[in-house]
Structures are given as structure tokens and as C-alpha cells.
Design a protein around this ligand. Structure first.
Ligand SMILES: [Zn+2]
Ligand SMILES: [Zn+2]
Length: 343
């Protein structure tokens, strides 16, 4: 009899079933991971709604997961070793890959979108996606490494300088992590947000918080900079309001880091940006080095990675978790903990 496991399967638009399935058998160049935590991301919501262009049902979603090695025989990956998955699957052949920038591969795939991911007790993944973690790093904190890698990438490609005033528009998981990275880089950080729960997280972390329900973030940021605007602004919500605000608070020769992914086309008035020669730098995912740095920063315990986590749910509450993340009012990062039995 083949070994079984519990998995939350996406079976079609707005359908998730938690059921027993065959535990995956790792093929050549693959290794079995016993999943400890798997994060719910906006991309999982798009898949769940049937709006993701590539995902095909049935699928085990989640590209943000950590766990321990559960199969033997792969050199350098001993049984029980704690690991994170760098989910990027570049093709290796397109012009981007040939130029050594596979993170913007033309055919970029992800574990959890283009093949089964982490909303299950076990996942078989390509060996090249596996990153060993220090044993001193609790997996509950390591669970945020993938979104942290996005924040690391955004801040490190930005022009941010020590002592700058900067703004992060949106305090979702990536916004909160970006704000922490910007502070680590030496900036004074304003964070604007509309969700009370997320505002509270930003407040607890000591950021200058703007409650965008009652205060105009543009007026507040301009006041803080004597009307000049900020040299670097991070847009992390991906909605029309914050994208418009980003254009209004970027100062002359400033830079907008477009981190939030808009779910539909948005409008941007380019003329004022042209007059001020403001650059827009889009952030898609992260480079290899950003992911590895995210692991080191998590291990160094210089960031508060547990703070954005508002919920840890079992597999059979994935659908609830997706709704919580989507509504955003009372949630920030939602993790699924499959509680796998010993292999
Ligand atoms: Zn994600
Ligand atoms: Zn490629």
C-alpha cells in the first residue's frame, strides 16, 4: 500500500478539499519535505478564485513553506534537517536565464503554482530549491523567509540611504517586512494602512503609522518632509489608491518601488513623474542572494518575524485562512501548520 498523507487540494474555482492523497514519491533530483508551516499569499487567493493564468486544478498550493527533510539519500540534506524552499523554477534557457537573472525568467514557474506546494503534510520538491536552515532558527520564524526575501530584494535594489525618511504604503506581510528592512537599512519609516489589525502591528513595531482611513497619507508624508516628498517610496498594497499616493509622495529624482502586484490594470499619471524624473522600479520576486540573505537575517534575530503572523491554522481550515487573508481587516500573515505525523 502506498503511503498516504493529508493535503488541502485546490480542485477548482473557490473549491478546496482537505483529504487523504498518496504521499508523493520523490523522483530523481527531488527530495521529500515534511511541511511544518506554509504561508498563504495573495497568489494563492488568485489561484483559489480561478484567476491565476497558469495554475491548473487539482493542485496543492503554497510556495512559502518550511519543514524538515523526510527522505534519505540526498547528499548534504540529512534526514530531519530543517529547510526552507526557494520556490522559483527558472527555465535555464531564455534570454534572462542566459544572462544569469533567472528570477525574471520569461517562463518563471513556482513550486505551489506550477507543481504541488506546501499545503500538505509532505511535499516532493526539486533538490535545487532546498535551502538548509540553522538548527537554532525556529521554523515558526523561518516560515516568513520567502516574503522576507521580497522585502530584502526591494530594499537592496532601492536608493535608500542611512537617515532617509521613507514611506511604505500598505502594511500587509510584505509591507511590514519591507518596513523592517528599511529601518534595518537606517531609514525613518512611515507606514500607511487602512486595516486596524495591520495598523496595530505596525504601531507595535514602532513605525510612524498613518491611519489612512482618517488621515491623508500624502499630506502627512509631505508635512514630514517639509513638502519635498521622500526619496524612496515602497508601494506594497498593489491597489489604485496607494499607487496614486506613491506618485504623489516621491520627491524630485525619487524612486517608487512597485512591490504590490495589482490584480487589475491601474492608472498612473506619468506627467508629474516625468517633470520630477521619478523612476518606477518594479519588484517581482528576489534574487538568489536575497533569499539566502533573508535566511541569515532570520537566523540573526534582527527582525520581528513573528509579529506579522496573526493566525496559524490546521490544513482543514485553509479556506477560512484564504478568506481571512483576502478580507485583510483582521489578519496579516496566515500560516497553515499541517502537523504531519512522523514518517
Ligand atoms: Zn508569495
Ligand atoms: Zn528562463
Amino acid at each position: 500500500m502506498t503511503a498516504q498523507m493529508m493535503a488541502s487540494l485546490w480542485t477548482g474555482p473557490e473549491q478546496v478539499q482537505t483529504q487523504q492523497v498518496a504521499r508523493p514519491e520523490p523522483g530523481p533530483d527531488e527530495v521529500l519535505i515534511k511541511v511544518a508551516y506554509a504561508g498563504i499569499c495573495g497568489t494563492d487567493l488568485m489561484i483559489y478564485l480561478g484567476k491565476h493564468p497558469r495554475a491548473k486544478a487539482p493542485l496543492i498550493m503554497s510556495h512559502e513553506f518550511v519543514g524538515t527533510i523526510a527522505s534519505e539519500g540526498v547528499e548534504g540534506l540529512p534526514l530531519g534537517a530543517p529547510v526552507a524552499i526557494n520556490p522559483l523554477l527558472s527555465c535555464g534557457e531564455c534570454p534572462a536565464c542566459r544572462r544569469g537573472v533567472g528570477y525574471v525568467c520569461e517562463h518563471l514557474g513556482l513550486v505551489g503554482i506550477d507543481r504541488d506546494g506546501g499545503f500538505a503534510q509532505y511535499a516532493a520538491v526539486p533538490v535545487h530549491t532546498v535551502r538548509l536552515l540553522p538548527r537554532s532558527l525556529p521554523l515558526s520564524r523561518a516560515a516568513l523567509i520567502e516574503p522576507l526575501a521580497v522585502a530584502v530584494h526591494a530594499v537592496r535594489v532601492s536608493d535608500l540611504k542611512v537617515g532617509d525618511i521613507t514611506a511604505v504604503l500598505g502594511a500587509g506581510p510584505v509591507g511590514i517586512l519591507t518596513a523592517q528592512m528599511a529601518r534595518l537599512a537606517g531609514a525613518a519609516v512611515y507606514v500607511s494602512e487602512v486595516s486596524p489589525r495591520r495598523l496595530n502591528i505596525a504601531r507595535r513595531l514602532g513605525f510612524a503609522v498613518i491611519d489612512a482611513r482618517s488621515t491623508d497619507p500624502v499630506a502627512e508624508i509631505l508635512r514630514a518632509t517639509e513638502g519635498e516628498g521622500v526619496p524612496v517610496v515602497f508601494e506594497t498594497a498593489g491597489v489604485q489608491a496607494t499607487i496614486t499616493q506613491a506618485g504623489q509622495v516621491a520627491r524630485i529624482l525619487g524612486q517608487i518601488l512597485q512591490v504590490g502586484m495589482p490584480k487589475a490594470p491601474v492608472e498612473m499619471d506619468l506627467t508629474p513623474l516625468l517633470f520630477r524624473e521619478v523612476r518606477i522600479t518594479p519588484i517581482r520576486v528576489y534574487r538568489e542572494e536575497d533569499f539566502d540573505l533573508a535566511i541569515r537575517l532570520a537566523a540573526a534575530n534582527v527582525l520581528q518575524l513573528e509579529e506579522p503572523v496573526t493566525h496559524i491554522l490546521p490544513l482543514n481550515e485553509l479556506e477560512k485562512g484564504i478568506h481571512l487573508s483576502h478580507e485583510a481587516t483582521d489578519a496579516c500573515k496566515v500560516l497553515i501548520s499541517p502537523g504531519a505525523e512522523a514518517p
